[in-house]
Design a protein around this ligand. Sequence first.
Ligand code: NAI
Length: 258
Amino acid sequence: MAITGAAGRIGSVVRAGLRDEVARLVLIDRVGLTAQTPTEDVHQLDLRDAEAVTAALKGVDAVVHLGGIPDEAPLPDLLDGNVRGTHHVLEGARRQGVRRVVLASSNRVSGFYPVTETVTHEMPARPDGLYGVSKVAVEALGRLYADKFGLSVVCLRIGSFEDAPSERRHLSTWLSPRDGFGFIRTALTAPDVRFETVYAVSANLRRFWDTDAGANLGYIPVDDAEAFASRLAAGPDPAESDPQGGEYASAEYTLRHM
Ligand code: NAI
């Protein structure tokens, strides 16, 4: 198996979880890592280097692609890091005969739906910023490689991956490390997948997203942000028309990062 973005916040959790489960774990990041077990195989490279990505995926059966820019940024950077980077991973996977690619998408592909709406993966994208637009393109690349080249692809629309909820929006969007790992491991191993899109969110009482697709894939989340509700600063409840993306959906947020 392989992890891109293995040095990152989610990558570190997935690395620790998979390390003892697989015979060989390929770790890819532009940040230098040190192998911690004989099973780990470190590749320091930039995902914008297509040949290096393809070479690192030799002999790999499944890859979870987490590497990229995880937030709002100028569009050229997002196109380069997220869209080109993902293309290189999918193309490397095709050339090396990789069976399954799990793509890190984001809840922010649909952050302009109002908080009152339960969103399913089948509804049209409503990105809340340019980062969300880049993840729509990431999902489209995954669909193309599944349809055209027969790759098995799972897009995970990741919620807010945090040790614990730290703001009120997280009551709806939190993805605990335990559930995050659970979704990713299931996405890597579930049988008979051509193309699936799944919201990866904990079992939050106030969640915005439908979790049936995740259950069909084989993972039912266990944590609920509601357990932390009393610890979060009381604030006004979101208005019915507010977008799910909260501050991320504001004009100022995108203008500040452009
Ligand atoms: P992170 O920023 O902690 O980790 C990303 C890793 O990718 C870093 O180690 C970085 O060095 C590496 N990277 C970035 N660009 C690279 C490049 N061009 N070549 C090689 N390596 C590169 O991000 P995090 O939080 O672990 O997120 C992982 C993925 O999950 C990202 O794709 C992000 O968009 C997605 N995601 C994360 C969410 C979260 O709550 N953390 C929510 C929704 C989606």
